[in-house]
Design a protein around this ligand. Structure first.
Ligand code: SF4
Length: 253
């Protein structure tokens, strides 16, 4: 959900502005899954919202859980029929969500099922942040917890190829008005799109950047990850050093 659409809806319908904070509370604090559950709103407004605004921008096809570990995987269908996956897990004491940033992926890593699907399209910022909103709702609904503490961009797709929408989604996720997940608790994992390292250091200096290396030999790495032809190990190293210089400056002020 893009919350700006809710604000516009309230204003266009000349409803009292305090409804905006009530709706924000229902969605981002109470974790409602449908407008009917927003019992802090009058029935007529719940009905109007149901007819005009979707809380999630996709349909949840199924959720599977692990028998052994606190791990849940959801299959989601986007408005155009593309399917993506997202995962909720609790590796320690807190819940983490793994999000997809693309439907499919153009990079074709040899070990990756997503790579074999080919590339369908970039996800919108709404489709990315809604994956976390969905798991927040899920935690609430099943009394599993009150918040998602960490987000990792390690699902389908290469996040740095969908740079603008990933940056927007991080801003939504970390906004105190929405899910309030600190940027230090968000990690972006890349196969090595080195041209974007400097951008991410500038735009999201607190976000963790993780490199998926897989092999430290250029020839072997190219065999596993064809992206290494464009950004070989030397280039990745050089751009990472620039990244570290830039982010160090941020932390030292
Ligand atoms: S970049 Fe990630 S999603 Fe894309 S093919 Fe490689 S491992 Fe799979």
């Amino acid at each position: 959900m893009i919350f700006e659409n809710v604000k516009d809806f309230i204003k266009q319908n000349k409803l009292p502005l305090y409804r905006i904070s009530q709706i924000r509370q229902a969605v981002y604090e109470n974790g409602i899954s449908c407008w009917e559950e927003a019992t802090n709103l009058p029935a007529s407004l719940r009905q109007d919202l149901s007819e005009n605004i979707k809380i999630l921008s996709f349909e949840v096809i199924k959720v599977r859980s692990s028998k052994l570990d606190p791990v849940f995987k959801a299959l989601l269908k986007l408005h155009d029929g593309c399917k993506i996956e997202t995962v909720l897990m609790k590796p320690g004491k807190t819940w983490s969500v793994c999000v997809s940033s693309q439907a499919g992926c153009p990079l074709g890593c040899a070990f990756c099922a997503t790579g074999k699907m080919g590339f369908k399209r970039h996800l919108t910022d709404e489709e990315i942040s809604d994956q976390v909103l969905f798991w927040f709702q899920y935690l609430k609904k099943h009394n599993l917890g009150d918040r998602v503490s960490n987000v990792v961009f390690m699902g389908m797709g290469e996040p740095l190829l969908n740079y603008v929408n990933v940056v927007k989604a991080v801003h939504t996720l970390s906004s105190a008005d929405y899910l309030n997940i600190g940027q230090r608790h968000i990690s972006v994992s890349t196969s090595g799109i080195a041209d974007k390292f400097f951008n991410i250091a500038q735009d999201l200096p607190q976000v963790n950047l993780a490199l998926s290396l897989h092999n430290a030999d250029d020839e072997e790495r190219t065999r596993l990850m064809p992206v290494n032809r464009k950004y070989n190990l030397e280039t990745v190293k050089e751009k990472l050093e620039e990244y570290l210089t830039r982010t160090d400056k941020f932390y030292k002020g």
